[in-house]
Design a protein around this ligand. Structure first.
Ligand SMILES: *Cc1c(COP(=O)(O)O)cnc(C)c1O
Length: 343
């Protein structure tokens, strides 16, 4: 199905590499595991969020906005990427952050993504988890009102950049991946990714339908339940389709064909909290394949995938593409937890 892609600006280094993970594949006879390295979409902009920001910030510039407001956890990759993208484009950036606690009850303020966002000039307001959860809409409205009083033009981006426009980042990524797969002469049976705010999952899930691929998309939840993602992802997909030239009949047809698959068994102790198995998987992948995963998203998703394969699940999937959505900076606040593996 041909749908006109909205306009975007260029921020990411694309296409990102697709590579075969030979030693990891050898551990699972009959399987080929490939890595789509969206961790290499940039350095300061690295990870999956920059693909969404290409569309969102085009829209912000088109609407003559001068200040981007967005939100996330204290170590949000999305907020860091947004802050750097704004700095590159000469826009102001305001971040509404949730002060998450680690296993030991410490906050990682001043480190990693939080440090980087401040470094490139984003203004930051920090809120407790309760305040953030209860009043996020009000926090956005207040920030917008304050900026308007100063004569600024705010542009609000929801958590993770996951809205009807942001979804296009991963629809476009599917077209890119399809070409690369053709060049390697492979047909992936399944694409596996981490899901947090759902936009990556929505884009990939809709993308395979629009590209007429038989590939399944399986997302590993890092926070909410699979019921939550079923609803959120289907809403994002529908809204995304409604903003195109597709007719209501075509949209109904697409909604019948999309298969939203989420596994919520690998969240572990909670969002941004990891247990020993995830740290072990991160150390294994670094040593086996030279791949750097993070404890919040990609480490959990990889741990989930490898656990499923070890248990004989996903039997129908021979060619597997793991979507590496980035997150390397989020590793550093967890460095101490690796003590055991580094001796
Ligand atoms: C945000 C993020 C995800 C999840 O993507 P969503 O589109 O928010 O579901 C996965 N991996 C990393 C590293 C991220 O920063």
């Amino acid at each position: 199905m041909i749908v006109r892609t909205p306009q975007k600006i260029t921020l990411a280094n694309l296409p990102t590499p697709l590579r075969y993970m030979e030693r990891l594949s050898q551990r699972f006879p009959g399987k080929s595991l490939w890595l789509k390295s969206d961790d290499q979409s940039g350095f300061t902009l690295s990870g999956n969020k920059v693909r969404k920001l290409e569309f969102l910030l085009f829209d912000a510039l088109e609407k003559n906005c001068d200040t981007v407001i967005t939100c996330g956890g204290i170590q949000s990759n999305h907020c860091r990427a947004t802050a750097f993208a704004c700095a590159q484009l000469g826009l102001n950036c305001h971040l509404i952050l949730r002060n998450d606690l680690d296993q030991h009850g410490n906050v990682s303020a001043g480190q990693a993504n939080h440090f980087l966002a401040g470094l490139c000039g984003a203004s930051i307001e920090l809120h407790t988890q309760v305040q953030y959860a209860r009043t996020l809409n009000d926090l956005f409205a207040d920030a917008e009102a304050r900026l308007r009083i100063k004569g600024r033009q705010p542009y609000a981006i929801p958590v993770g950049g996951s809205n009807a426009l942001g979804v296009w980042g991963y629809i476009a990524a599917i077209a890119e991946l399809k070409q690369q797969c053709e060049a390697f002469d492979i047909e992936p049976d399944i694409i596996v990714c981490a899901t947090g705010s759902g936009g990556t999952q929505a884009g990939l899930t809709l993308g395979v339908v629009l590209e007429d691929m038989t590939t399944e998309v399986l997302s590993m939840a890092v926070c909410d339940s699979k019921e939550y993602f079923a609803k959120k992802v289907s809403e994002d997909i529908r809204l995304c389709c409604e903003n195109t030239e597709l007719s209501p009949l075509q949209i109904d047809d697409i909604m019948r064909r999309v298969r939203i698959q989420t596994n919520d068994n690998y969240i572990g102790p909670g969002y941004a909290l990891a247990d020993r198995e995830v740290y072990q998987t991160i150390a294994d992948l670094a040593r086996l394949e030279g791949v750097l995963l993070d404890p919040v998203y990609t480490g959990k998703a990889m741990h989930g995938l490898l656990s499923e394969l070890s248990r004989g699940q996903l039997a129908h999937a021979e060619t597997i593409v793991f979507m590496h959505t980035g997150g390397a900076f989020g590793l550093f606040p967890h460095a101490r937890a690796f003590g055991d593996f580094l001796r």
